[in-house]
Design a protein. Sequence first.
Length: 233
Amino acid sequence: MASPVSVRGLRKAFGARTVLDDVDLEIAPGEFVALLGRSGCGKSTLLRILAGLDREITGQAVVSGTVSIAFQQPRLLPWRKVWRNIALGLHKPDGRAVALRALEEVRLPDHADAWPLTLSGGEAQRVSLARALVREPDVLLLDEPFGALDALTRLAMHHLVEDLWARHQPAVLLVTHDVDEALLLADRVLVLDEGRIVATHHVDLPRPRRRASVVEQRTRVLADLGVDVDTAA
Ligand SMILES: Nc1ncnc2c1ncn2[C@@H]1O[C@H](COP(=O)(O)OP(=O)(O)OP(=O)(O)O)[C@@H](O)[C@H]1O
């Protein structure tokens, strides 16, 4: 089957500044890929290009099928109830029923008629995931979706995302700063540095993974990010 994400020789510049420089990336159907890199290295720029939000590029960035994206901020419309936020743009006669099913999947079955501003950060992010999933995306782009959450909520979200991914099997590209998050969730971890993919780590550990099981690989990924664990400790 063709790769749902196929990037070849991608280059992106803002004025004189090159932000992505000759990026190649193939993501297989149902594959979970995490993208790590220092602040400003071009991660969100790559995601925005894949989402079709930025088309001024050189090279090739082809995404096949349906694409959904979720951001660090849930970006819910405050004047629409939760279920309407999820059903927005679906153009299905049974939009409410579809939204309710999605809310059950993200374990918020009782929040269909809530207003977004009454939700906690974690709940709002789960609504955002439900909104992304009702489109049954072939490609799910996640731009630091757990970055603004507290540590406990983040753990719960990891389980939820892994569960949803296993059930729906979209190809996933997750942008994160959290090395453990990347190693716990992804089949493959990429390190982006100054607009280039400088390292690739295949994570062959069985699922569900535990934090203890990723320790060894964490050291190697951190080294690619320029962090010496011994000195940092
Ligand atoms: N619209 C824009 N115009 C000009 N420069 C931009 C624009 N968008 C992003 N940049 C620049 O491109 C570089 C990469 O930004 P990007 O948001 O992709 O980084 P990032 O790796 O996602 O960073 P972070 O981890 O902090 O979110 C940054 O230097 C940023 O200032």
